[in-house]
Design a binder for this molecule. Structure first.
Ligand SMILES: NC(=O)c1ccc[n+]([C@@H]2O[C@H](COP(=O)([O-])OP(=O)(O)OC[C@H]3O[C@@H](n4cnc5c(N)ncnc54)[C@H](OP(=O)(O)O)[C@@H]3O)[C@@H](O)[C@H]2O)c1
Ligand SMILES: [Zn+2]
Ligand SMILES: [Zn+2]
Length: 336
């Protein structure tokens, strides 16, 4: 069977629509016809080979919503042809290592990224191991659900791991991930501060549920917030005044990074030691965390604010994200 996909042959090369031979379906794999796919900044970083891990030809797209078209003979009971599923940043793991056996499949040494050495969702079809194809709750708006599968789980996981509803939480960077983080943290019951470099977004961040909004460039405001936050989740991929940000952490506070900043984050040991603070990071989330996040999003009506483009405008959509104009998540709708 032939499939069509938007393919890039080398870093920064315009994507072209091509016919691809996917070969036979693996016994443990699920195939779905793509309906919508969100555009995450990680797609852009792989497109530009910013991390040096890209493999070409590449088929990008890892916030996928589609309908199951085929299931392998050994897939999970309950997955049916025609059912709506989502696929995120990972689409497979070994299923037998210590991490997989303890439910942390996203930490498996052999975990398979959906868009590196695997075909992603900017295509007619997507394939994934059954453990990584998530049935979507009926109540979700499927056209808007794609970004939950990568951006959503990436910010939900640290909240679920580290935040209490009584905590003061700061979200740094109000882009695709950041605006969903504000919504999740507000629904969780936390007192939420949005940190943004774009003054024009201060009010919009409050519209997403932030109790306070502060400019990351306002050093006086950052100083005033010294010792405040139990948890900071950074979604930016640029250098900030890290000393000032760490200074806003309360005793036992944590700066958690999900944004891929290429420059090292310098930290003075004393500022961690004296206040018992920590710095950490995490990759998306486990399959169970993703299911929990989908259920939570469905119960609290949490959906990203999106701009839709037909998938045939994929090159223009990437350019828009790169220019920093996307508000707040681009979703491409399949139009093959
Ligand atoms: N850990 C994981 O598993 C995981 C999963 C998904 C994505 N990511 C990474 O998370 C990061 C964010 O992804 P995204 O899709 O949310 O990207 P995005 O929509 O482009 O948002 C990034 C935000 O960073 C801030 N920013 C960007 N350029 C800046 C600059 N020059 N100066 C100051 N602030 C700037 C902006 O927020 P303000 O304008 O509000 O300051 C921007 O909205 C990326 O590095 C992505 O690769 C990681
Ligand atoms: Zn992503
Ligand atoms: Zn494993």
């Amino acid at each position: 069977m032939n499939y069509r996909a938007w393919v890039t042959k080398a870093a920064k090369q315009r994507m072209l629509l091509e016919t691809v031979d996917l070969g036979p379906l693996g016994a443990e794999d699920v195939e779905a016809a793509v309906e919508h796919c969100g555009l995450c900044h990680s797609d852009l970083s792989v497109f530009n080979n910013e991390w040096g891990i890209s493999q070409y030809p590449a088929i990008l797209g890892h916030e996928v919503v589609g309908r199951v078209t085929a299931i392998g003979s050994n897939t999970k009971k309950g997955l049916k042809v025609g059912q709506r599923v989502g696929v995120g940043w990972y689409s497979g793991s070994c299923m037998h290592c210590h991490q997989c056996m303890s439910g942390s499949h996203h930490l498996c040494p052999q975990v398979q990224a959906t868009i590196v050495g695997h075909r992603g969702g900017f295509a007619t079809h997507i394939r994934a191991h059954w453990a990584w194809a998530f049935p979507l709750p009926e109540k979700l708006n499927f056209a808007e659900a794609g970004p939950l599968l990568c951006g959503g789980i990436t910010v939900f996981a640290p909240l679920a791991m580290y935040a209490k509803p009584t905590d003061r939480v700061g979200i740094i960077g109000i882009g695709g991930l950041g605006h969903m983080a504000v919504k999740f943290a507000a629904a969780y019951g936390c007192d939420v501060t949005a940190f943004t470099a774009s003054e024009s977004q201060l009010d919009e961040a409050k519209g997403f549920g932030a109790n306070h909004a502060v400019s990351t460039k306002d050093s006086v405001a950052l100083k005033k917030l010294g010792g405040t936050f139990d948890l900071l989740i950074s979604t930016v991929n640029v250098k900030l005044d890290w000393d000032a940000m760490i200074g806003t952490l309360a005793p036992n506070g944590r700066l958690h990074n999900v944004g891929v900043v290429l420059e090292p984050i310098p930290v003075a040991a004393f500022s961690l030691i004296s206040q018992q603070r920590s710095i950490s990071g995490s990759p998306t989330g486990s399959p169970v965390a993703i299911e929990t996040m989908l259920d939570f999003a469905s119960r609290h009506n949490i959906a990203p604010q999106t701009e839709h483009f037909p998938m045939s405008a994929i090159n223009e959509a990437f350019a828009r994200l790169e220019s920093g104009k996307a508000r707040y998540r681009i979703v491409l709708d399949a139009d093959f």
